[in-house]
Structure formats: structure tokens, C-alpha cells
Design a protein. Structure first.
Length: 57
């Protein structure tokens, strides 16, 4: 599963681009806040995580 981190100011533009150009089985979107190098999430308002599950050919 691929996971993309989108800066808050680009959320809608990139999400629309993904929805228009990728065929997916499912899409999971969550607001995950700032992500530290150790993988922890201290806040919930800086980034949106978008996970796209691509269809197998």
C-alpha cells in the first residue's frame, strides 16, 4: 500500500489529482498531524495522510 503525505495547503489540489488519475480499490484519508522521524504523531492539524490501494493487474 502506498502512502502519501500532503501539506495542508496542497490537500485539495493533490487529492483531486489523485482521484482523477488513479484507479483504486479503496482510498483511506486521515488527518495525521505532524510526523516525526521516529514515526510518532504529536499533532493532528498539519498534514493529511492519503493511502491509495492500487488494483492488481
Amino acid at each position: 500500500m502506498k502512502q502519501y503525505y500532503l501539506p495542508q495547503e496542497l490537500d485539495y489540489h493533490h487529492l483531486r489529482l489523485c482521484l482523477d488519475n488513479f484507479e483504486v480499490d479503496s482510498l483511506y484519508i486521515r488527518d495525521c498531524g505532524e510526523i516525526h522521524e521516529d514515526g510518532k504523531y504529536p499533532g493532528w492539524d498539519k498534514l493529511t495522510c492519503v493511502k491509495i490501494l492500487k488494483k492488481e493487474n
